[in-house]
Design a protein around this ligand. Structure first.
Ligand code: FMN
Length: 357
């Protein structure tokens, strides 16, 4: 029942991709175990330094012979506005006082460093001949796409709207992740502002599959066989699941984050720019609530992300969920603390039962 060209091209036994989750969640143990189960493990490399990515790729290779992928953030154009930075710092300083933690001055990103790091990460993906490279926050250049493809690497884009999916196909990419508004973590919108990109997955999948002919991978709120079978029925070739893998035993998510997801209800999940300057979905906490009124005056990604880094670190050390970014999709009550093997088998069995009915 489940078998298509997309699965064949990556030698997958099931149409499941473990979402890349930057920030220490998608450890080599998680990624390799997902690939060993016949799904596609993905390293979230968005915040990694080049040497860290090389080490992680080699660790995954030591743990699996199966295919896996790497995900990168396409560097965006951003301006450093000193006024904005000063105001944001002032707000964040209050919380640092509250946590009784003297923070060092954050290193602010520059466009040049961001671009250079991205180029170095790409070089490693190519040198290591990773099976697939996915991107979010934009479309890589034609040259990058061609370079990856010439080296036998599948290129996957991220879209939140039909025009974004069309643009990804036109750029020559091999597949597209369509990210519904349910999705946990950052939104991958790049042609429209985030409020206009909030399209539910049930609306997005068929409208995209009507317009593009590359494989479509559905992401957002999919946690079990019901979600997988629904996505396939709507025309998707595979699904990308984040929150479901985040609470797995093998995931590197901080225990406070895992427990928060396991206890959250869908009404607790909101979208915010407070932590990073870019819209992202997670469990509402004190920082998100209190920063809400300032959201439109904050510096853009990745500047705000750098400004809140020390606060998030201190909060993590103190196990204080009020100041951590607890990213989660809209289906947290369906999350379980189980092994990757159990999750993948369960999702596939449930979907097969539904599809064979
Ligand atoms: C904690 C977390 C981190 C994420 N980090 C990334 C990332 O680095 N790159 C990316 O393309 N998507 C990232 N995402 C989004 C996922 O690719 C995917 O769209 C989302 O997890 C789907 O929704 P779900 O969490 O309900 O399954 C992240 C999601 C979560 C929950």
């Amino acid at each position: 029942m489940m078998g298509n060209n997309f699965m064949k091209s990556l030698d997958l036994k099931c149409p499941i991709i473990q979402a890349p989750m930057a920030g220490g969640i998608t450890t080599p143990v998680l990624v390799s175990e997902v690939s060993n189960q016949g799904a596609l493990g993905m390293i979230g490399a968005g915040y990694l330094k080049p040497d860290q990515l090389r080490v992680q790729i080699n660790q995954v290779k030591a743990l699996t012979n199966a295919n896996f992928g790497v995900n990168l953030f396409v560097p965006e154009h951003f301006e450093l506005n000193e006024d904005q930075v000063a105001k944001s710092k002032q707000l964040i300083d209050n919380y640092e006082l509250l946590l009784n933690h003297k923070m060092k001055e954050p290193d602010l990103p520059t466009k040049e460093i961001e671009k250079q790091t991205y180029e170095e990460l790409l070089k490693i993906v190519i040198e290591e001949r990773v099976a697939a490279c996915s991107f979010t926050f934009g479309i890589p250049t034609k040259k990058t796409i061609e370079n990856l493809k010439q080296n036998g690497i599948m290129t996957i884009g991220t879209a939140t709207t039909v025009p974004e999916a069309i643009a990804i196909e036109r750029a020559g990419m091999d597949a597209v992740v369509v990210q519904g508004s349910e999705a946990g973590g950052h939104r991958g919108n790049f042609l429209v502002d985030s409020p206009n990109s909030m399209i539910g997955l049930i609306a997005l999948i068929p409208q995209v599959t009507d317009q593009v002919s590359i494989p479509v991978i559905a992401a957002g709120g999919i946690m079990d066989g019901r979600g997988l079978s629904a996505a396939l029925c709507l025309g998707a070739d595979a699904v990308q699941m984040g929150t479901a893998f985040l609470t797995c035993k093998e995931s590197g998510a901080n225990p406070v984050h895992k427990q928060a997801v396991l206890q959250a209800k869908s009404e607790d999940i909101v979208s915010t720019k407070a932590f990073s300057g870019k819209e992202a979905r997670g469990i509402e906490n004190r920082f998100m609530k209190e920063m809400h009124v300032h959201e439109n005056k904050l510096p853009p990604f990745p500047v705000q992300n750098a400004l809140t880094q020390n606060l998030r670190k201190a909060a993590t050390q103190q196990k204080d969920a009020d100041f951590m970014s607890l990213w989660s999709g809209q289906s947290p009550t369906l999350a379980r603390e189980e092994t990757v093997e159990r999750l993948v088998r369960r999702v596939v069995n449930e979907a097969n039962l539904i599809l064979n009915k």
